[in-house]
Design a protein around this ligand. Structure first.
Ligand code: HEC
Length: 251
């Protein structure tokens, strides 16, 4: 029975040109060698199928799957394909998508935008909120064009809670039972621009931080649109147009 299956295998292998060069006589000895080689190969291949069902098995040429070049967002050393703890540790030590060291200031090629990359000096505390209200001023002059840009951002990020006119009647409030924020033209009428910026940055009460969604320049554009709504949808309001001077650390 065993002989039969082996000779079957050998027939297959003899059809392969590399195993049966035409110049060599196909004697019995050689056929047996081929049979063993093929049986060995089959056994070898089958060993990679057994064992732990959760194991991804052996990997042929791993550097084809895992590029030697460092790539962003690759969880080095965390994937299940590593072979030993040592090699995983080496991978984990690679510089990839790591956070920059604390205090790093991003480079801005446009000098007008350098101030946006400076660290935000007000902490996420009540004192920080009050201090921002007093000391933080907008670096962007309020013009119709910037208010228009702020409106586009407001419609994307704020409208669904605060409502199109800032009356606290957005769709999330109306449909989801979310507690309504105050109206910009009502209880929130006198919130100063520094506090508005601070609240977009850190959130307040039920409102979450929007710092990951809008950069600092976009936050100031949003502030302008909130001020526009605070003023009942009109441009002119004391302080709104005049707020152009920027203390360097104030944004
Ligand atoms: C998930 C709903 C939600 C979203 C989205 C949201 N807010 Fe709010 N917002 C609130 C709530 C609720 C409050 C009231 C927070 C409190 O005082 O406890 C609030 C308060 C505020 C205040 C008043 C802060 C103060 O000092 O009293 C401002 C200004 C404000 N939001 C601006 C924005 C802007 C700008 C956006 C868009 C970037 C935004 N909000 C997005 C729910 C939201």
């Amino acid at each position: 029975m065993q002989m039969k299956s082996m000779s079957k295998l050998s027939v297959v292998s003899c059809q392969l040109p590399v195993n049966a060069p035409a110049s060599q006589p196909d004697n019995g000895q050689r056929t047996t060698n081929n049979s063993f080689a093929v049986a060995g190969l089959v056994l070898f291949l089958m060993t990679s199928c057994g064992g732990d069902p959760n194991s991804p098995g052996m990997e042929y040429m791993p550097d084809m799957y895992r590029s030697p070049a460092v790539e962003a967002y690759v969880d080095y050393g965390q994937d299940p394909y590593y072979f030993t703890e040592d090699s995983a540790r080496v991978q984990r030590d690679r510089p990839s998508a790591k956070l920059p060291p604390a205090g790093t200031i991003a480079f801005a090629s446009d000098p007008a935008k350098v101030a946006y990359n400076m660290p935000y000096p007000y902490p996420d505390t009540n004192e920080g909120y009050e201090a921002a209200g007093l000391g933080l001023k907008s670096p962007i002059a309020m013009t119709e064009a910037t208010v228009e840009k702020g409106k586009v951002l407001y419609e994307k990020f704020c409208d669904h809670c605060h409502g199109a006119k800032g009356e606290g009647d957005g769709s999330v409030v109306n449909n989801g039972g979310f507690p309504p924020p105050g109206s910009y033209a009502g209880p929130l009428k006198d919130v100063p621009e520094g506090k508005i910026f601070h609240v977009i940055t850190y959130g307040k009460g039920m409102m979450g931080s929007h710092a990951s969604q809008v950069n600092k320049e976009e936050r100031w554009l949003l502030v302008q649109y909130v001020k526009y709504l605070q003023n009942g949808g009109k441009m002119t309001r004391d302080g709104a147009v005049a707020a152009t001077a920027v203390p360097p650390a104030a944004n």
